[in-house]
Design a protein around this ligand. Structure first.
Ligand code: AMP
Ligand code: GLY
Length: 444
């Protein structure tokens, strides 16, 4: 089939890369794409928000399936427009994507579905918000209602911080109109997990779980980012927990959506906080995670295009998803200064040492140890034929190996080979899981 992917980040590169290995796919387009994606897909210079132009393109080029990467076009109703035009597209319609785009909608659905989530209230009055914060001793999370590119969330552990966050969101409008209404919830403790399920509106199948690392610096210090690294599988959360997540979170949520007359089709990404026996939902997303997709796509076995088409057609019965039992990890290389201000246009060197065809000792060693390494492009551009930085998250260096420790070592070995001015990456991706594994196995 002929497939169009919408987006330009590391997530979309990993999806395109996996589609490229799908037997059923013989042509891939990507709008707009990036220099890494464009090596295996034909770039389409149409903005993800220009639905009429995308629909014209899909018709003219006989595209069989469109796959939406980011949340913005979903929130703006791209799926509704495509379906209206009689075209096949993978993703939830606008009303269903509210699970991500409106935090108050998501909370309401969770309440209806009996899904465990943090205690919360919705406020449009800052004074009342402050009173609620005080009643929780300042241990709250302030969330602007509406899309703020993951930046509308402030975690507070003290009264003063809570008051400041409320003032910033609701009074000085740090996140624009998204701060007219805020969701304030109690602070959850535990360990975070990103869980992905595919739904065709009627039934869902588990896709897998990954653990993200959101703060910019080691030991989870500094401001939150889109994600600085991830790994899958997550050894401390095995199949028994995945089954519980399907039973206690995914299936009830999808049933509540259906009962409301807005069946959910696409990938449901549950951001969870797990503390002992307690599984709480922090948030839902209506799309694949970034950077979680990069290691998940590496482990995905089978025909991705057929699987996503089945979901889009409401036809997942009988479809199974197989992931490689091997471990995969992604280390994100970011621009100096990100998630604050950063420079663009800085030359990137060294990727050819990993992906070029010239033989090398490193590549031989990786091959002998069944290690696979892939550098996904997140924010890159070509300037006069030179690869340069073009975003906060620049590259997603991903490795897969028979065990997590080997995968982590390979991802770091590869990241060290790539250079650009001001490059930054966390040095502790998956370290917690590794030290726990050492503690339980007793070896050093
Ligand atoms: P969200 O955009 O809702 O996922 O929030 C971004 C990040 O803020 C999450 O990944 C968590 O690290 C943190 N967070 C959000 N809500 C809570 C909560 N209720 N308790 C603790 N941490 C939270
Ligand atoms: N990595 C978290 C997200 O994609 O939202």
């Amino acid at each position: 089939m002929r497939v169009l992917v919408i987006g330009k980040g590391g997530r979309e590169h990993s999806i395109v890369w996996r589609l490229h290995q799908s037997q059923s796919v013989w042509k891939i387009f990507c709008a707009p794409g990036n220099p890494g994606i464009n090596q295996i897909a034909e770039p389409v210079p149409i903005a993800p928000g220009d639905f009429p132009a995308l629909i014209d393109f899909v018709r003219a080029n006989k595209v069989d399936l469109t796959i939406v990467g980011p949340d913005d076009p979903l929130g703006a109703g791209i799926v509704d427009e495509f379906e209206h035009a009689g075209l096949k597209i993978f993703g939830p319609r606008r009303a269903a994507a509210q699970l991500e785009t409106s935090k108050s909608f998501a909370k309401t659905i969770m309440r209806e579905a009996g899904v465990a989530t943090a205690d919360f209230e919705v406020f449009d009055d800052a004074k009342k918000a402050r009173a609620y914060a005080d009643s929780k001793g300042g241990r709250i999370v302030v969330k602007a209602d509406g899309l703020a590119l993951g930046k509308g969330v402030t975690v507070c552990r003290a009264i003063e911080t809570a008051h400041r966050a409320i003032a910033e969101a609701m009074e000085s409008k740090k996140f624009g109109a998204a701060g007219n209404r805020v969701v304030i919830e109690e602070l959850l403790t535990g360990e975070e997990l990103s869980f992905f399920a595919l739904s065709d509106g009627e039934r869902a199948i588990a896709l897998g779980a990954a653990q993200d690392h959101k703060p910019i610096f080691d030991h989870d210090k500094g401001p939150n980012t889109g994600g600085m690294g991830a790994y899958t599988p997550v050894p401390q959360f095995g199949p028994a927990i995945e089954e519980r997540i399907m039973r206690e979170v995914v299936n009830p949520t999808l049933a509540a959506m259906k009962a409301r007359g807005i069946p959910y089709r696409g990938v449901l990404f549950a951001g969870l906080m797990i503390d002992g026996d307690r599984i709480n939902v922090i948030e839902f997303n209506a799309r694949f995670g970034d950077p979680e997709s990069e290691p998940l796509m590496m482990r995905f076995e089978g025909d991705l295009a057929q699987t996503l088409l089945a979901a889009a057609e409401g036809n997942l019965a009988g479809t199974t998803v197989r992931l490689s039992p091997r471990s995969s990890v992604v280390v994100v290389m970011s621009s100096g200064g990100y998630p604050g201000e950063y420079r663009k246009g800085l030359a990137i060197h060294g990727i050819e040492k990993i992906e070029g065809s010239a033989p090398s000792d490193v590549k031989v060693r990786w091959a002998m140890n069944r290690i696979r390494v892939k550098v996904f492009h997140a924010g890159t551009a070509l300037k006069d034929g030179t690869l340069v930085t073009d975003g906060g998250r620049v590259l997603a260096v991903t490795a897969m190996a028979p065990d997590l420790k080997t995968a982590v070592a390979a991802a770091y070995e590869a990241a060290e080979m790539i250079e650009f001015e001001g490059r930054h990456f966390r040095r502790d991706i998956a370290r917690r899981a590794l030290s726990r594994m050492r503690a339980t196995s007793g070896s050093v």
